[in-house]
Design a protein around this ligand. Structure first.
Ligand code: FAD
Length: 442
């Protein structure tokens, strides 16, 4: 099946869309020679101890990360009866988001991925029988993810990976609880939280005067404070709204204009909505179908892919947020911060429009820049073995790096597969591809 047709089918089908129910990708239908596999894939290396995995019919895969991607991959591996061990605090990044936050992504783009569509948002909604508003509140999404994890990935290890190295063709993992283990296959699914981007002007400022939006779940401590929020993406805009509602004196400063995602045709519903908005809902109409087809995206020339990426996720806020910002919060668009100096108890900002500000706190809504060389646990010699482009690992269609059996998903796969990797909606394709590859190789 041509890639485009297959991927479009995947986009619709993967989201439970009825229109292409018959267009399941051929790869997903291929029966795996699971029974051939019988080798135990994990051994403890501390004190040269070896531990066989009880009842493990296949080689064990270490999944580093228990967010939407890690959980979705583990669910797919489980379906194929491939033993996996999932490390990390479940949905940790989401637990550090503002408590009253709502999801920017729409309902159809917010399900975690299990291979049988048994644990979708719809299924949870039906079984929990609780009313839920749109946009989706974070609390509801976290309840859903907990339910997904309990059903689809019951065994998790609430410990982190502190070191990953590659020795004699196998991967050695050091865990923060002191254990070590060795596996054949590793999936790095650590999201982007550890890659929060701080512009040069803010790098050396003390934490009490400057922070990244990712550090805040509660904005009450900023009551009466003068806060400048930098940026114009969803996090910057929503943080500005929360600060304003908490009684702070807020100004939003952004290099570009403040944009809102209008989704005019989406609101019409019916055929127009179906035609113009794929369920994945990443990118503007026209580009969104392409962004929803990451395998196709990966085949485009890098320059074009990068341009599409930049356009598809340019800073903008969800339209439901607009009434909480417009007319309520002072905004200074098209201005850059040139210089920041400490003064009295706060900071003095010098802007590119020639003006200055005195503030108590600078909040950076400046996004995330995932980079291979800043993954804290990656052993330098392994890092050198991974081919990279623009700081990202270069990946084949199985999300596998130049080091065989080392996979990267989520934000770190963005260079190869485009902007959908930054969103929950990208988890299904990643999980399907990785699980297929692991099953084939076993
Ligand atoms: C404020 C905000 C709002 C967002 N809203 C949306 C939205 O509405 N819709 C949407 O689709 N996306 C949204 N996103 C993006 C969202 O973060 C991603 O879609 C999603 O979390 C990606 O899943 P992931 O599994 O790749 O990463 P994460 O959810 O970040 O999960 C990473 C996991 O890795 C674990 N981990 C990290 N380091 C280690 C280690 N060393 N060892 C073991 N485990 C480790 C963590 O504990 C965590 O469990 C938002 C992001 C932010 C910051």
């Amino acid at each position: 099946m041509p890639v485009l047709a297959r991927e479009m089918g995947e986009t619709l089908n993967g989201m439970g869309h009825p229109a292409l129910e018959t267009a399941r990708p051929v790869a997903a239908e291929v029966a795996m020679p699971i029974l051939r596999r019988g080798v135990v894939g994990l051994r403890l290396t501390a004190n040269t101890q070896r531990m066989a995995l009880a009842n493990s019919p296949s080689k064990t895969v270490a999944v580093i990360g228990a967010g939407p991607y890690g959980l979705s991959i583990a669910a797919h591996l489980r379906k194929r009866r491939i033993s996996s061990r999932v490390f990390g605090m479940p949905m940790e990044s989401w637990r550090f988001m503002p408590k009253r936050m709502c999801l920017k992504s729409v309902w159809s783009a917010s399900s975690l991925a299990d291979p049988d569509f048994a644990f979708t948002l719809d299924r949870f909604h039906e079984s929990a029988q609780i009313a839920v508003d749109r946009p989706i509140p974070l609390t509801f999404f976290l309840d859903y993810a907990k339910w997904f994890q309990e059903q689809a990935v019951p065994e998790l290890e609430n410990t982190c990976v502190s070191r990953l190295s590659h020795v004699d063709g196998r991967f050695q993992l050091g865990l923060t609880d002191g254990r070590m283990l060795e596996v054949d296959t590793v999936v790095v699914a650590i999201g982007v939280r550890s890659f929060a981007y701080r512009p040069e002007f803010a790098r050396d400022l003390p934490a009490n005067l400057a922070s990244h939006t990712s550090e805040h779940t509660d904005f009450e401590p900023f009551h009466d404070a003068r806060v400048a929020v930098v940026g114009s993406g969803q996090s910057a805009l929503e943080s500005a709204a929360f600060l304003h509602e908490a009684g702070a004196n807020v100004e939003l400063i952004s290099r570009g204009p403040v944009r809102w995602i209008s989704r005019k045709l989406y609101r019409h519903g019916g055929v127009l909505k179906t035609l113009f908005y794929p369920p994945t809902d990443v990118g503007p109409p026209g580009l969104n179908w392409l962004c929803g087809a990451p395998l196709l995206m990966s085949r485009l020339p890098a320059g074009l892919r990068q341009r599409i990426h930049t356009r598809a996720v340019r800073p903008a806020g969800a339209s439901w947020l607009k009434p909480r910002v417009d007319g309520k919060i002072r905004t200074t668009p098209r201005a850059s911060i040139l210089d920041v100096q400490p003064e009295a108890d706060g900071l003095r900002l010098r802007l590119s429009d020639g003006t200055e500000r005195s503030i108590d706190h600078l909040m950076l809504g400046t996004g995330y820049r995932p980079r291979l060389d800043t993954i804290p646990f990656l052993d330098p010699s392994l890092r050198r073995q991974v081919s990279a482009s623009n700081g990202y690992p270069v990946l084949n269609q199985w999300f596998e790096s130049s080091v065989p059996r080392l996979h990267f998903v989520g934000g770190l796969a963005g260079w190869s597969f485009g902007p959908i990797c930054r969103f929950v909606a990208g988890a299904r394709v990643a999980a399907r591809q990785v699980a297929w590859r692991v099953a084939e190789a076993a």
